[in-house]
Write a protein that binds this ligand. Structure first.
Ligand SMILES: Cc1ncc(COP(=O)(O)O)c(C=O)c1O
Length: 400
């Protein structure tokens, strides 16, 4: 398969490589002749040439923007965590970190009332998800053994992971209100594969924020014959979590992260919980030193300081509820959320226009072009002060 993007850009001149959402401009002093580009392209696997990379939310270079676009926590890591990381910046930076993050896994095992063999720590939960794809899905195979299955909309990384592994994708729509279809509905609908090698379920759902009941997830897990990963990135802001299912069913894993609820995006620490059989398989596959040393220390200390974070969950949930109420008064349709963000359909202007108008007010939010959600904005819950600034901006935009 040839790369259409490359052909398009050679027609226009070789200086700019345009994919769906990113633009790569080679440094001006380097001349990329079209012959050279064609030669280099022939060295790259067709699968990689055709790949649409995951598009992360903007990390702005200009100061002073209110950043409500990537579901980061508005509160810093606890003072103890920051002190522990600072104290670890010493001569030991020359050493490799603990390759199996044993102390962190011990603490996590204690927290979740399981054994250290039930836990794999990863470089963000993204790495755990990628390892699951590599570990359980046969690339290039038609049918169940080669399929990564997920609901749409859900985390937009899943199709990228499937594509980059050469796996088949089976994307099955959620209900229009983003609730989970029942097992009976999935059976009737025929599109769902109960034997798919891997099923990824974002719970609570992103980008809708909708929470799912453990009882419904349990029914789905019972019906599923391949591996199921319950991606619980936002679960600390929800009413229920389904971690018990990962310890109950040998084919179910839970993916968790320190990024969102524990204010550690920068350090990249996540983990998988599940049966030692599956967890052990992923240990064989991962890089030896997949989690950096400072990240391990930050995560360990986080687990010693949980009341600080539980206080922050309460503040974020209170802000989420107040922001939802106030936006509703302004005519926004706000979906109920069990996460640290809301999905909302704005009034008067299109969601895409609101994205630009809020940016003019120095407020970054997120808009997705996928048809199921393109009339919505996803807004991360910041501090109460940030929520009030957002509301002031929204009122001004609506007045004009
Ligand atoms: C649903 C979901 N899962 C996993 C992640 C990955 O989190 P991290 O790799 O930072 O742990 C994200 C990040 O946005 C997410 O939205």
């Amino acid at each position: 398969m040839r790369d259409n993007r490359y052909r398009r850009q050679t027609a226009a001149g070789p200086q700019e490589i345009v994919s769906r959402e990113i633009v790569f401009k080679p440094p001006p002093q380097v001349h990329y002749g079209s012959q050279m580009m064609a030669k280099l392209n022939s060295l790259i696997r067709p699968l990689v040439q055709a790949l649409h990379p995951y598009v992360p939310g903007e990390q702005p270079k200009i100061p002073g923007l209110i950043k409500l676009n990537t579901n980061e926590n508005p509160y810093p890591p606890s003072p103890r965590v920051r002190a522990a990381v600072r104290a670890a910046v010493d001569a030991r930076l020359r050493l490799y970190p603990d390759p199996s993050a044993e102390r962190l896994r011990e603490k996590l095992a204690q927290l979740h009332n399981c054994r250290i063999e039930n836990i794999l720590v990863s470089n963000g939960s993204d790495e755990g998800l990628a390892l699951a794809v590599r570990g359980f899905v046969e690339p290039g195979m038609e049918g169940d053994s080669g399929t990564v299955q997920y609901f749409t909309p859900s985390y937009s990384l899943y199709p990228v992971l499937a594509d980059s592994h050469g796996a088949r994708k089976n994307a099955v729509p959620l209900h229009p209100d983003f609730s989970l279809p029942s097992v009976a509905e999935l059976k009737r609908g025929k599109a769902w594969q109960f034997h798919s090698a891997l099923t990824l379920i974002t719970t609570p759902n992103a980008p809708s924020g909708r929470g799912y009941e453990t009882a419904s997830l349990e029914k789905l897990c019972r019906a599923q014959k391949g591996v199921v990963v319950l991606d619980e990135a936002y679960v600390d802001f929800a009413r229920e979590n389904a971690l018990a299912l990962a310890l109950q069913f040998p084919h179910v894993l839970a993916a968790r992260t320190f990024s969102k609820a524990y204010s550690l995006c920068f350090q990249r620490v996540g983990y998988l919980v599940g049966h030692p059989g599956l967890i052990g398989a992923i240990h064989r596959l991962r890089d030896s030193y997949n989690v950096n040393g400072l990240g391990q220390i930050a995560a360990e200390t986080t687990l010693d300081d949980l009341p600080y974070y539980q206080g922050n969950f309460k503040k974020i949930i209170a802000t989420r509820e107040e922001l939802s109420r106030e936006l509703t008064k302004l005519g926004f349709r706000v979906l109920p959320s069990q996460t640290n963000f809301i999905l909302t359909r704005p009034p008067v202007y299109s969601a895409r226009q609101w994205l630009a108008k809020l940016r003019d007010h120095k407020i970054l939010v997120r808009w997705f072009s996928a048809p199921e959600v393109d009339s919505y904005l996803r807004i991360t819950i910041g501090t109460m002060a940030e929520a009030r600034l957002l509301l002031t901006a929204a009122r001004q935009i609506l007045k004009r």
